[in-house]
Design a protein around this ligand. Sequence first.
Ligand SMILES: [Zn+2]
Length: 422
Amino acid sequence: MRLALRGGRLLDGAGDRGVHDLYVRDGVIEGLDLGGEVDLDVDAAGRVVTPAFLDLHAHLRDPGQEVKEDLASGLAAAAAGGYGPVVSMANTIPVVDGPGIVADLVARAARVEGARLRPAAAISKGLRGEELTDLAALKAAGAVMVTDDGVPVADSRLFRSACEYAAALGLIVQTHSEDPSLRDGGVMNEGAVSQRLGLPGNPDASEAVMVFRDGEVARLTGARVHLAHVSSRRGLEVARWLKAGGAPVTVEVTPHHLTLTDECLRSFDPVYKVAPPLRTAADVEALRAGLVDGAVDSIGTDHAPHTLAEKQQDMLSAPFGIANLEVAFPLLYTRLVATGSLPLERLLWLLQDGPARVMGWPAPRLEPGAPADLTVLDLEAEREVDGTRFKSKAKHTPWQGEALRGWPVATVVAGRLVHGEG
Ligand SMILES: [Zn+2]
């Protein structure tokens, strides 16, 4: 199989490589401007060709909740969003807490056309926070990370044990840094808006306290701990302090925490209900500053699909989560890059080199021999978000009808075109 992506501007973490025809053969990048016969031509003229994005945080709901999402729909959604490797979270039914489930996911994903599955496994059996999983067996089966994401690991001794094993095995630990007792029954950010609406609040302190615990245990054990979906200024300040002190922690933020605030909840629409919650404008500003100054290492989607019926319940009953794989890049491009608050190169870094560094994977590059995971971006054409056209089974989105630019118009994974428009 040989592909040519013709006439695109090549951009990667090494810089702007100019306008070229990029050739792909048998799953890897072959070279530039080579000529000769190809099986498929992709017109990239006037567009940007760049390594496919890496998502270290997506809920694909498979096994057990295929009514929300499954491997086929989730990996197709990721491809449509310009993603190559996607780390799937372990809070499925059953939980991904044994090597057999990991191996089954890897085997089934290999038969799916779309993004690359890189499964995470649970820290504790059943996500119950009581008994450690067999981290070595999970890694051997193909797990690239351990996390109880969705549920904070409340027991500090258990978290320490997990970090000790993970450090010895070279596994990344991803956290869900919220103190469960401080979070309590909070369904939105605790503050002026939650008081006005009379909804139970989840204070920023619940995040800051747990970021501190998680970071201190990382320092104690030497485990590489990725702090998922940091949402608040206080949480980010603690992470910044930990990093300055040499703790082996990295920081993830999500597209929704960078673009939405708790003011959205005034609509009482659970489409905005997410954990950790949408915070204040000042928090959004702090997270955005962190993108620029290096406090943030990666942008992960925390794509968390649910059925429309579930999300149309009242604010107290509806589940937490926003489905965003297919709008993440256009949203961030339009709101941050097109407005001049973030350079395009930095946004790409946070979706490519940043997550690769977190995982200890090679930086994705447009060089001969590198894996052909590529995305073609149209930075000019404006198009309205239409959730009904999502590949994800979750069709409802906070950004319905918004005019965005920066749409991924083609995605190549392992040398195959897995998403293409026009
Ligand atoms: Zn999550």
